[in-house]
Write a protein that binds this ligand. Structure first.
Ligand SMILES: *[C@@H]1O[C@H](CO)[C@@H](O)[C@H](O)[C@H]1NC(C)=O
Ligand SMILES: *[C@@H]1O[C@H](CO)[C@@H](O)[C@H](O)[C@H]1NC(C)=O
Ligand SMILES: *[C@@H]1O[C@H](CO)[C@@H](O)[C@H](O)[C@H]1NC(C)=O
Ligand SMILES: *[C@@H]1O[C@H](CO)[C@@H](O)[C@H](O)[C@H]1NC(C)=O
Length: 228
């Protein structure tokens, strides 16, 4: 049986924002919390200006990380070889950090940006964490005394998990799902997105993600409608 899942609204205000802006500008991607990384560092090694501003290297010596879906330690390798611009005021981080999860997986984070923000992606060969390989996101950095704290947020969690099974307002798939909806009352709702899972594994992924994001959603599966 093919189920279709409705996500009526993250919040009423999200719809208001969408209605106001959909004609003039695209909606920004949604972010969801991934992890907080706390890393200890040595004082910076000054490499100097070889033509790209003042290059420094900040070795990472260890630390820890945690979030709703993964936690563990920061390995004492890698670092940040970012540089200051010619004015000495804009720092552009360029970092690689290796995480080790509590259950033994290694994850490489690569991040670049303009302090205090970075964009990042992740890389791991672990099957259990392979979903991280499709994640990109943004992070905000807090610099401490020989340590940094980085909060990492990822883009469009559902779209990353179920790439071909999610449709957003304005698309053909979205319209088709909406017009096929059996209840006139429910059809008056304009969901933020519609998930069309094709297996129970998809349903489980979507429900986990939606629950974690704490958004309201409704499920349509035949005539059995559950609401949360
Ligand atoms: C948003 O647009 C839909 C469809 O055009 C409409 O039914 C709904 O009332 C609007 N919501 C708000 C908050 O303006
Ligand atoms: C992957 O997760 C499953 C289920 O939680 C667990 O049994 C298994 O040991 C994990 N695999 C590794 C390599 O950690
Ligand atoms: C990290 O830096 C902060 C701010 O300077 C400092 O208060 C804190 O003690 C440091 N934490 C560790 C574990 O080094
Ligand atoms: C979806 O429906 C909207 C509103 O009825 C319409 O403006 C839009 O062109 C449709 N999009 C597609 C791809 O059919």
């Amino acid at each position: 049986m093919r189920a279709s899942m409705f996500v009526p609204a993250m919040l009423a205000t999200a719809f208001t924002a969408f209605n106001k802006t959909c004609d003039v500008q695209p909606s920004p991607p949604k972010l969801s919390y991934l992890i907080t990384v706390f890393a200890t560092e040595t004082p910076p090694i000054i490499v100097g200006n070889g033509g790209y501003g003042t290059r420094i290297f900040i070795p990472i010596t260890g630390g820890s990380f945690s979030g709703p879906e993964l936690q563990g330690s920061v390995l004492g390798v890698g670092g940040d070889w970012g540089n200051y611009d010619a004015t000495g005021t804009v720092f552009s981080p360029d970092a690689k950090i290796v995480l080790q999860t509590d259950d033994g997986a290694q994850i490489l984070i690569s991040g670049r940006g303009r302090s205090p923000y970075i964009t990042f992606d992740l890389e791991t060969g672990s099957e259990n964490y392979s979903w991280l390989n499709s994640v990109i996101g943004v992070g905000s950095i807090q610099v401490g005394d020989n340590n940094i704290t980085v909060n990492l947020f990822r883009c469009s969690a559902l779209a990353a998990l179920l790439p071909s099974k999610i449709s957003f307002p304005g698309s053909l798939g979205y319209n088709a799902s909406l017009t096929s909806y059996y209840s006139a009352q429910a059809a008056a709702v304009h969901p933020a997105c519609i998930v069309s899972p094709t297996s129970s594994a998809d349903v489980s992924k979507a429900v986990k993600t939606l629950t974690r994001l704490d958004c309201d959603f409704a499920i349509r599966a035949g005539y059995d409608q559950r609401q949360r």
